[in-house]
Design a protein around this ligand. Sequence first.
Ligand code: NDP
Length: 284
Amino acid sequence: MPQIIDGKKISQQIKDELKTEVAELAKKGRHACLAVIQVGDDPASSVYVNNKKKACAYIGIESRAYELSENTAEDELVGLVEQLNEDDGVNGILVQLPLPAHIDEDKIIKAISPDKDVDGFHPVSVGRLWIGEKGFLSCTPAGIIQLLKRSDIQIEGKECVIVGRSNIVGKPMAALLLRENGTVTVAHSRTKNLREITRRADILVAAVGKERFITKEYIKDGAVVIDVGIHRDAQNHLCGDVDFEDVESAASAITPVPGGVGPMTIAMLMNNCVQTIRTQEERS
Ligand code: NDP
């Protein structure tokens, strides 16, 4: 049986550590406030936004909700972001994605001040990540690094293969594994002989966006398998990009879905919010 990497437990540990740190910073007069903007009322986005608000309340971070109508004009949204950039009472700004089709997401991401970019999506944050400067890390990949480290899985010197090259998962994952001295390969839909490549992996990260895509044939015996995907199958069960039952017998460690990578994303978002007050503290 492989080690089941428990994202629920690890994310709870991180949130508890952050709660203690926030209480200590509050004694020194440092407070964090996260502005959360949602445009429209997509049910999945509402669930994510509510979970973020709950996590803020648990840790002791103030959250300010901006719920805008589906018809909000792009300029209006940019205006709100710019206003929040200037507001000294707000340390972090999060715009829940996806946005309605008439709004250019890239334009909104770029409107957020890099100093308040707690999602880590701004080009400045991405650049800082790649050149090894301190900055906000993209939450899901940062959460995966924590899962590995806190499960005593060594990254240094390991063959790491990521399937997927999106801006929010695959690419920042590659940068972070490289930073941890892994040897990194990024595969995608145009990759030839995918199985040969994934079977080299000591650590395989599946961010394909396809239900139960990674089966036993894709993994080397004893590999660590990290499943980023989230899907509802035909039976309405949550499942990932990895066929857990099939892969389980060959992996040395594996993340389940649910309860693996998913809970880490919010924990790392909270970490980025606390980072904003750590930075204030360091500068004073
Ligand atoms: P995207 O759809 O943006 O990217 C999917 C990637 O997989 C692309 O790079 C694509 O390649 C690649 N791909 C697709 N088909 C194949 C294939 N047959 N062979 C090899 N590569 C392939 O997805 P995201 O990165 O945004 O998300 C990935 C998964 O993770 C989704 O299931 C999503 O729901 C989940 N997710 C979970 C989060 C969490 O908190 N747990 C957070 C974010 C995402 P190409 O670039 O060539 O098109």
